[in-house]
Design a protein around this ligand. Sequence first.
Ligand code: HEC
Length: 130
Amino acid sequence: MKSMLASAPILAAALLLGTSAHAQDVSAGERSFNKCRACHQLGETAKTTIGPVLNGLFGRSSGSVEGYSYSPANKAAGLTWDDAVFADYIKDPKAKMPGTKMIFVGIKNEQEIKDLTAYLKQFDKDGKKL
Ligand code: HEC
């Protein structure tokens, strides 16, 4: 019992650190987005390039950017992009969406995914920052 009490402050400190480490960091997310820039654009002047524009991603249906020529896999995936679906997808795009033409190894780090999500969420469907 005594030893449990002694370790309580350490536990509390670990929890506190845990909380701050899990906050979303938009600027880290912006750095993470550098991995996507070769193929995806964001913002008011964003254009479809190799991949579809990612403005307003959260809440929209997969395969729904007009004028972008999706693979049948992406077109028919029937996903709605929310935090959980996106996290699952970006970890390993080809596993979540077999047949996608997005060639990307994925992001395994949970914190990086959260930061990237926070960054992407800043852009509404017209590419305006919320
Ligand atoms: C080498 C190019 C490339 C890179 C790098 C890349 N993507 Fe993609 N991405 C694509 C292509 C191409 C598609 C369309 C896939 C299809 O039609 O099968 C796509 C599709 C997507 C979709 C589905 C969009 C929709 O409208 O359904 C999301 C979400 C996405 N990418 C996010 C990202 C993110 C976030 C990153 C960076 C972490 C990233 N991609 C990196 C090429 C890329």
